[in-house]
Design a protein around this ligand. Sequence first.
Ligand SMILES: [Zn+2]
Length: 230
Amino acid sequence: MRFKIWEDFLALVFPNTCSICKRSLYRFEDQICRFCEIQLPVADYHLMPYENDLKQKITGLAEVGRVLAFLRYAKRGRSQKLLHQLKYKNKPNLGVMLGNRYGRLLLENGFAGTWDYIIPVPLHPQKLRRRGYNQSQCFAQGLGEVLEVEISLGISRSKYTATQTKKTRLERWENVESVFEISNEELFIGKRILLVDDVLTTGATLASCANCLQMVSPQSIDLAVIAAGN
Ligand SMILES: [Zn+2]
């Protein structure tokens, strides 16, 4: 607890501190210090996007093509610290920065021009109000800037209500606690989509969202997350 107060104090006095180790940043550093940057647990899913453990996890839940993750997730590791900062410390720019970095890695590995739209998995409206931003959308924005792909917010999420039972199957995809809805169904027909979220754990949310998208006949759906793992 004492350590946390000290951390908060430092953040107040030196607002530009590393999101991972809290050291104050040099002007040329962006949100994380050089030391933490070289130690980021960058994963190699981009080297085998069609065959990896994440793809295996999703197969059976949804029909997708490539499955990608920027970082390996480990409890109490650097990626967890980053995600915590991104979600709970009002740091939307951290998501954009991570998207920029991953975008560059994907460009270097031949992913240029392979998507028509990047779609972030939407947040619950309640959560969005509380947080003020959707961290997956920030990551999507960062990816889109570098890969030069348009971001679409064409999928929304709303609480399941009785009135939604009257909608057609195309208009809703039932999840346990929420539904995904597509606002413009024609937009994604025949398109190559990259669906983006912050983490992949069980894969249930991403699969649910991908299944919703499959109903409007895109050419392909790939998945990318900031971090994935145990
Ligand atoms: Zn650092």
